[in-house]
Design a protein around this ligand. Structure first.
Ligand SMILES: [Zn+2]
Length: 276
């Protein structure tokens, strides 16, 4: 079961990376979010060995649909500059996704992403909780933080995100940009238009979306979870590596800037036109 779904996830990623989406409008962007997000949620759950019945599959697809729709709405809100609303929706969508992929009730834990950490609060829907608060750290996002720090001049708190500023333009792919984002860390050049900030926040939300599928390193190394760990008020979760976001980067980096799905989505929703 595991291998089949892992292959399926890879095939979907390929499709994702190679489709021609230049003419994508908001309807198409919504369609992709509500169709691909549930498939990745299902793949994530399969990789964790959490699909035991048809009911598990349907639950992943249905909750994944709402997760994908949430991320779409979140990106729309970011595109119009309502960043705080966008982040609230993205955090709820992440919670739904990671809960159902881990085989929990969709509302078992409500989490918030702050930089490379995700703090989840147990709700009344969580059965057999082993803590009230769970703190997870992503290795991928920790590296992204270091990369953004070295590429930028200043780190700041902006609209609920750890953000970066730079006096000169950012450089990448032989081009100069007024904004740049690694992982969940958006950066903009001083004096950049508001739409550039909104665009970079959409990239940060895309990163949250990819991170929401990621299991802990134990899953990839097939280590069994402790059966019933001793209850703690605050529990540090096993590290998450960032395999899902890394695979995505591998595909996206091979594409020309204007062909990248991530750019097509951010440009369309923040600037109202295709990438250029
Ligand atoms: Zn961009």
């Amino acid at each position: 079961m595991r291998n089949r779904f892992a292959l399926f996830a890879l095939a979907t990623l390929l499709l994702f990376a190679t489709s021609s989406l230049h003419a994508a409008d908001e309807r198409k962007i919504r369609l992709l979010n509500v169709s691909l997000h549930p498939l990745f949620t299902l793949a994530s759950s399969a990789i964790r060995g959490q699909l035991h019945s048809r009911a598990d599959v349907s639950r992943c697809l249905i909750v994944g649909f709402f997760g994908g729709y949430g991320f779409y709405e979140s990106k729309i809100a970011a595109g119009r500059g309502d960043i705080r609303t966008a982040l609230v929706i993205a955090n709820v969508a992440s919670s739904l996704t990671s809960n159902v992929a881990a085989g929990r009730h969709p509302l078992a834990r409500l989490g918030v992403t702050i930089g490379p950490t995700r703090t989840e609060f147990s709700t009344v829907f969580e059965q057999d909780r082993s803590a009230f608060v769970y703190i997870g750290v992503s290795a991928y996002e920790s590296v992204a933080l270091m990369r953004m720090r070295s590429a930028s001049d200043k780190m700041e708190w902006r609209d609920g995100l750890i953000a970066f500023r730079k006096h000169e333009p950012y450089h990448g792919d032989g081009r100069a940009f007024g904004g740049f984002t690694y992982g969940v860390f958006p950066g903009t050049q001083y004096g950049a238009a508001d739409s550039t900030w909104n665009h970079e926040v959409i990239h940060a939300i895309q990163a949250m979306q990819r991170d929401s599928f990621e299991p802990s390193y134990r899953t990839w190394f097939r280590r069994r979870q402790q059966q019933s760990p001793r209850f703690k008020l605050v529990r540090l979760e096993p590290l998450s590596l960032g395999v899902f976001p890394s695979i995505n980067d591998g595909f996206v980096d091979r594409q020309d800037y204007t062909d990248r799905w991530t750019e097509i989505e951010a440009w369309r929703l923040a600037q109202g036109r295709p990438p250029r």
